[in-house]
Design a protein around this ligand. Structure first.
Ligand code: ZN
Ligand code: ZN
Length: 197
């Protein structure tokens, strides 16, 4: 069973699968802004190019639900992030495009019971990435600058299409979307549209 913990230990999410299905690096402004907001509240400082891991949205057990808070950056935002209200670890992220088949978390912004692989499959949203930090972008993995322009090429990577597709057998547990619904009102932060740093 794969388990995500927050840094203070109040919250955890356990899923019915052994390990993440996909590892990407993300250059988008929303990831940076969401992690910066966590850091302002006491979480560790984020990398400019965070590591994203995707998990099957098949939850077995949740601890610390009363400490969890669902947050969006702005009105009409598509991503919903679940933070621990004590340590501001990010326990998971949902996006409508995940279709409740997967959810996502950030390496270093929560703990896991499994050593996460170092090498990402691809880097995405590099059009948003600050040019003065381009040395952080690896040169040995596929790079994607913007969607939907490059969606087809991105989905042609087996690890990507396998990760996002509908599971062959129905999930045993409940989805990350169900967890978000159980947390009550989503807090909308009303942050300004992110600007490149
Ligand atoms: Zn915590
Ligand atoms: Zn991102």
């Amino acid at each position: 069973m794969f388990k995500i913990f927050c840094h203070c230990g109040a919250c955890s999410i356990e899923i019915y699968h052994e390990k993440p299905t996909l590892h990407l690096l993300c250059g988008c402004e929303d990831c940076r802004q969401a992690l910066e907001w966590g850091a302002i509240n006491g979480a560790p400082r984020p990398s400019l190019l965070p590591s994203l891991f995707y998990l099957k949205s098949d939850i077995r057990k949740v601890k610390g639900r009363d400490k969890m808070k669902a947050v969006q950056l702005r009105q009409g935002a598509r991503s919903t992030r679940v933070y621990c209200q004590d340590c501001y670890s990010v326990l998971g992220i949902d996006h409508p495009a995940y279709l409740n088949n997967v959810f996502m978390f950030f390496k270093n912004h929560c703990e896991t019971n499994f050593k996460l692989p170092d090498k990402a499959v691809a880097a995405i949203y590099l059009d948003d990435f600050p040019p003065n930090a381009s040395h952080l972008i690896p040169n040995d993995i596929p790079l994607f600058y913007s969607f939907p322009r490059e969606r087809e090429k991105f989905r042609s990577i087996n690890a990507v299409s396998n990760s996002f597709k509908e599971p062959k057998t129905p999930p045993r547990g409940y989805s990350f979307g169900d967890l978000i619904k159980s947390l009550g009102q989503i807090e909308v932060l009303q942050l300004d549209q992110g600007k490149p740093v």
